[in-house]
Design a binder for this molecule. Structure first.
Ligand SMILES: [Zn+2]
Length: 90
């Protein structure tokens, strides 16, 4: 399945689709949060897959990963715990 459109911009907390990204990352296709249980392989495989499916190009994915690392997100669940919680206005 092809993405409906591509974005040349990395999806970061200020991006209009950031919420969609976090919803998918926390959802059943990725971390699958259930209370205090979830799936995480200790890397960013789900984040990268979801960004790719959302039509983000590789350079923008690398920018996003660098941003996640800068904000304490070294694996998929840490993106939700550490990066998401730093969203401006929250
Ligand atoms: Zn994790």
């Amino acid at each position: 399945m092809q993405p409906r459109w591509s974005t040349a911009q990395p999806i970061l907390p200020r991006h209009p689709r950031w919420g969609e990204f976090i919803d998918r990352l926390a959802g059943p296709e990725a971390c699958n949060f259930h209370g205090d249980r979830w799936t995480c392989f200790g890397d960013l495989r789900f984040s990268v897959n979801i960004l790719r499916e959302m039509g983000v190009d590789n350079p923008s994915i690398e920018v996003a990963i660098a941003y996640f690392n800068d904000h304490g997100g070294f694996c998929d669940c840490e993106v939700i715990f550490n990066v998401e919680s730093h969203r401006p206005g929250q």
